[in-house]
Structure formats: structure tokens, C-alpha cells
Design a protein around this ligand. Structure first.
Ligand code: ADP
Ligand code: GLC
Length: 544
């Protein structure tokens, strides 16, 4: 049943693809504007080209060049899944013979070990504001694993300890960043086939490209804008965004920026101007065209539906490899997971001050603590889950009310519940390895990576059937014993409770089939391979 539904969705997306080609809806006003072009020396260009060289023997042809533009990227700066994707997808594309450059802000919070390795590639001044105010743009480069990272350097915008602070600061920061990224590509004379932008922070790139950059070297590049999370759109009043972009009046209308009576929406404008919109799962691509999930942009997305696709995320299976994971007490693979997991569980219980007992059912939750992640459901059922056989480990930061409620549970259920209110990569790895199940009961979930990482580590996901969770976790069938995890559909605490209890029942009463599922999860392909090929095909479609 569920399978048939997915197939229908695939067909629907294919239909949309055909529609795009026949009737492109995007208007592309051509306004000759300031030219932001400066050239690097031939020596610099040659150096860049050489660094990009990939052995031709294994390379699918033709080679395409892609500039990734986004606001975070592991290991430099990461607050969630966007950071993982900005690291892993370029790497996977480089392996498919794509020439990839990743353009990021050079935040002060990037660890010194990376800052020290960056090489100065050049700098220039760039006009930005309505009143002609211009800003310094520095380019610092770091090459790693076949991918070139270019960091946009500017002390005025990127000084915060966290990439995101508040909209008052973030709006100017990302207006500047989008324009600086395009100007930097022109400056380096590196004109990509496709510019792939991510989320609202990079969404002005297609708008600048088709207006202020319409007569510059980069004008023929195509654009893809990926929505990782529609909840965040970069909305602020029109005068402020007009000031910080100096974009022409005609873009501040209802078809491009304008939203409500007086606000401008940066993501909406990017969606209008980009050649292709993607999001990170097929189900989410369908969901965001509905009022329930559309975050007030559903009508706009339906209008541009002909250029909207879903491509599901993967994970980097080298970064997330339980066999080679130096952070684990007992690294393992599919052949010894059943024994090693017990050792990792005991090590985790010791680390977190939980009762050390390999017989307990350990449930992990690794998440930003926000409404998106279904934490009100978890709060409602947590006291009934703690029954003497079950332990719960939470790792996350976010909204104060969730941080406090989880701290409260820890002190109320000492030895059975541990709430780590912190961001800690190492601990995340150890929870993925030591837990038996991982909860992801999200209200909405564009894709979700934690359920993919969990499966890779032989940890059974318990998820709500929404977005990418629905597309990546096949529900366990108690009759055929197939499936990868436990799922529930409506957003109700009772249904989450029921799903966790189904998991516990299998674990405690039918360990044989539980263990089979653990091994099946580890064998599942959660890598980027298939999805990176789909992105590559998309780039080729844009630039045949
Ligand atoms: P989102 O991007 O919505 O936060 P994803 O599931 O796509 O959710 O990605 C979350 C990523 O962030 C995963 O790599 C997860 O392991 C990581 N993560 C989330 N919270 C923490 C934390 N407190 N400490 C360490 N890693 C975390
Ligand atoms: C967003 C989404 C998450 C997705 C991630 C990477 O943060 O909330 O579902 O996995 O982006 O695409």
C-alpha cells in the first residue's frame, strides 16, 4: 500500500519535469546593471584548475562545474543537517566527476585549525546598499578531499560566535553574502555551469544573478535552489531589504519579494528567479504545496510547481562509519554488531551516569530542541516510557522550554533518563552506536538525517510518517518481518507511545527478529550515491 503511493508520487514528479521544459513560468527581466568583474592572474586560475583535477579513468562524462552556496558546512560550522549536506554532497559529486567549489561565510567561530590552513586568494570592494555603501570582500581558500572551499571574508558581517544570531543582523549578513559570492566567482573568473544555492540564506543569489549580474561573466550559469527547511524564509520589511540589496523596484512586487502588506521574503524571491527548485525528499516536495506544510508559500510553490523536484538526502558513509569510528568504545560492522552494540551501550551508560545494564532498552533522541521535532509528544509520553526496563538519552539544544523539561525529566528519573543539553559531535556518535532505538517523531521533516545515521549504526528508528522520514523508513511488518523501523502517522502522543511500545515488544519478546532488523538497517544503502547521481543528471539537464 505504502509502496504504491510512493510510486504514484514518483510519476507525478516526472510529469512535472516535462511541464517545466514546455512552459517555463519564470520571468527573467534583463536590466543592465553594475558590472562586478575583476580577473585573477593566469597563474591563480591555473592553480585552481590543477587542484580540481580528478583522475579521468573513473570519471563519468561530461564534467560539470558546480558552485555550492550556503550558510553552513561540516566540519567548519554546523548547526544541523544543512551542514552535513553541504559537506557530503559536494564530496559525492566530486567523485562523479563534478568540479565543485563550496562558497561559505568565513565566520569567526570556524575552528582555528581550519582558519590557519586557508589561503588568501584575493579581495575587492563591492557596492551593496541603496546609498552606494560598499564593503570589503576577501576570498580565503581551503582545498580538501577534491572540493575547493572559498570563504567570503568580512569582519563586519561574520564576527558572531554562532552563524545565526537574530534577523536584524542576519538579513544584512546574507544579502551581503549572496552578492559577494557571485562577485567572488566573477573575480576568480570561475564561471560554473550551475550555481546550487541552499535555503533562504543563499536565496538571493538567483535574484542578483538575473538583475545586477545580468551583464557580467557569470550570467549564463544556471541556478538550483534547494529548500532544506521551508519554515525559515528570511522575511523582513521591504525598506530594509531594498536598502541592503539595492535591487530594482520591480522585484518588490507580489510575484517576487512582497509578502503580506509590507514585508519582503528572501526565499520567495529566490524561488521565483531560480531555474530549478529542489527539496530534500519526494514527500516533502508534495507536502509543501499544501497549506498544512507550505508555511504560507504553498500557493507560490504550486505556481512554480513545474520546476519543483524532490531528491532525498543521503549521509556520508565515511564520516558515519561504525567500523572506523574512533569515538566509539567498540567499533563494529554488520558481522559483529550484536555483540559490539552491547559494549557500546555499557560504555554510554557509564559515560552518562545511567544504570549500567546491557539488558535495558535504550532510546536515543538527537535533535535541535524545537517544535519541528515533535518534542511536545515526547514530553507527554516520557514519564510513561520509563518502566524499569527502558532508558532515555536526549542530546540537543534549542528552545528553553524543551531544555528545561528534559532537565526536569533527568532529575525526576535519575539513572534512567539523561538529558545532555549541549551540542557534542562525539557524544552524538556514541549515542547512535549505544542506543537500541532512535526517536524522530517530527511535526514536519524535510528529510531528516538522524534516522539515516541511526540505521547505519544498527539503531532502529521510531519515526512519524512525514517528509523524508516517510521516504526512508519502511515500517516493520510483524507478519512478513520486513521493514527498517517503527512508524506512526497522525501527530498524536498516543500514536508515538504505541510505536515505541511496538518496538519494545519486539525487542523484549522476539529478539531474533529485532536483531534481523538491526542487521537489515546496517545493510541499507543510505549513502549519497543514488541521490548525487540524480543531482548530476539535473545539472546536465540544465546544461546539456
Ligand atoms: P535538522 O537539520 O533539522 O536539525 P537533521 O536530522 O537533518 O535535522 O540533521 C541533524 C544533524 O545534526 C545530524 O547530523 C545530528 O547528528 C546533528 N545534531 C543535532 N543535534 C545535535 C547535538 N546536540 N549534538 C551533536 N549533533 C547534533
Ligand atoms: C533541514 C531539515 C532536515 C534536513 C536537513 C538537511 O535542517 O530540517 O529535515 O535533513 O535540512 O537537508
Amino acid at each position: 500500500m505504502a509502496k504504491a503511493k510512493t510510486e504514484n508520487k514518483t510519476e507525478k514528479k516526472t510529469e512535472k519535469k516535462t511541464k517545466t521544459k514546455a512552459a517555463p513560468k519564470t520571468k527573467k527581466p534583463k536590466e543592465p546593471k553594475e558590472v562586478i568583474e575583476a580577473k585573477v592572474t593566469e597563474a591563480e586560475t591555473a592553480a585552481v584548475t590543477e587542484e580540481h583535477a580528478v583522475p579521468e579513468t573513473v570519471a563519468p562524462q561530461p564534467r560539470r562545474s558546480i558552485a555550492f552556496i550556503g550558510s553552513e558546512c561540516y566540519p567548519f560550522v554546523k548547526t544541523g543537517g544543512l551542514g552535513d549536506v553541504m559537506y557530503a554532497l559536494p564530496k559525492a559529486l566530486a567523485e562523479l566527476n563534478c568540479d565543485v567549489k563550496v562558497i561559505l561565510p568565513r565566520y569567526h567561530c570556524i575552528p582555528a585549525q581550519y582558519q590557519e590552513k586557508m589561503v588568501y586568494r584575493g579581495s575587492f570592494d563591492m557596492d551593496l546598499c541603496e546609498d552606494g555603501k560598499s564593503f570589503y570582500v576577501g576570498i580565503m581558500e581551503y582545498v580538501w578531499d577534491g572540493v575547493v572551499y572559498d570563504f567570503i571574508d568580512n569582519d563586519e558581517f561574520f564576527t558572531g560566535g554562532n552563524p545565526y544570531t537574530n534577523l536584524v543582523d542576519d538579513i544584512p549578513k546574507y544579502c551581503y553574502f549572496c552578492k559577494a559570492a557571485l562577485a567572488a566567482l566573477n573575480y576568480m573568473d570561475w564561471i560554473p555551469d550551475v550555481i546550487h544555492c541552499h535555503d533562504w540564506q543563499a536565496s538571493l543569489v538567483p535574484v542578483f544573478l538575473r538583475t545586477q549580474f545580468a551583464d557580467t561573466a557569470i550570467k549564463d550559469s544556471k541556478t538550483v535552489l534547494t529548500i532544506h527547511n521551508l519554515r525559515f524564509q528570511g522575511v523582513y520589511n521591504i525598506p530594509t531589504i531594498r536598502y541592503w540589496t539595492n535591487l530594482p523596484d520591480y522585484v518588490f512586487n507580489k510575484d517576487v519579494f512582497k509578502t503580506g502588506y509590507e514585508d519582503a521574503n528572501m526565499l520567495k524571491a529566490g524561488l521565483t528567479y531560480t531555474d530549478i527548485i529542489t527539496t530534500v525528499s519526494n514527500t516533502y516536495a508534495d507536502e509543501i504545496e499544501t497549506p498544512d506544510y507550505g508555511e504560507n508559500l504553498d500557493a507560490h510553490l504550486r505556481y512554480h510547481g513545474g520546476k519543483l523536484r524532490g531528491i532525498v538526502n543521503g549521509i556520508d558513509v565515511v564520516q558515519w562509519d561504525p567500523k572506523a569510528d574512533t569515538r566509539l568504545a567498540a567499533p563494529y560492522d554488520i558481522t559483529d554488531v550484536l555483540d559490539r552494540k552491547k559494549e557500546n551501550k555499557k560504555a554510554l551508560q557509564e559515560e552518562l551516569g545511567l544504570e549500567v545494564d546491557e539488558g535495558k532498552f535504550v532510546i536515543g533522541l538527537i535533535s535541535r530542541l524545537t517544535d519541528q521535532k515533535g518534542l511536545d509528544l515526547v514530553n507527554e509520553i516520557l514519564p510513561s516510557l520509563v518502566d524499569g526496563n527502558t532508558q532515555i538519552v536526549v542530546l540537543g539544544t534549542g528552545d528553553i522550554r524543551y531544555e528545561e523539561s528534559f532537565r526536569g525529566f533527568e532529575s525526576g528519573f535519575k539513572g534512567s533518563v539523561c538529558s545532555c543539553i549541549m551540542y557534542d559531535e562525539g557524544r552524538a556518535h556514541r549515542i547512535y552506536a549505544g542506543a537500541d532505538a532512535l526517536l524522530v517523531p517530527s511535526l514536519f521533516e524535510p528529510c531528516g538525517l538522524t534516522q539515516l545515521i541511526a540505521m547505519r549504526y544498527g539503531t532502529v528508528p521510531v519515526v512519524r510518517e512525514t517528509g523524508g522520514l516517510k521516504d526512508t523508513v519502511e515500517p516493520y511488518n510483524q507478519f512478513t518481518h520486513e521493514g527498517n523501523g517503527f512508524t506512526f502517522d497522525r501527530y498524536e502522543a498516543g500514536l508515538l507511545y504505541d510505536a515505541v511500545n511496538r518496538a519494545k515488544t519486539l525487542y523484549f519478546t522476539d529478539r531474533w527478529h529485532w536483531d534481523e532488523m538491526v542487521q537489515r538497517d546496517m545493510a541499507k544503502d543510505v549513502s549519497w550515491k543514488t541521490s548525487a547521481e540524480q543531482y548530476r543528471a539535473l545539472y546536465l539537464e540544465l546544461k546539456p
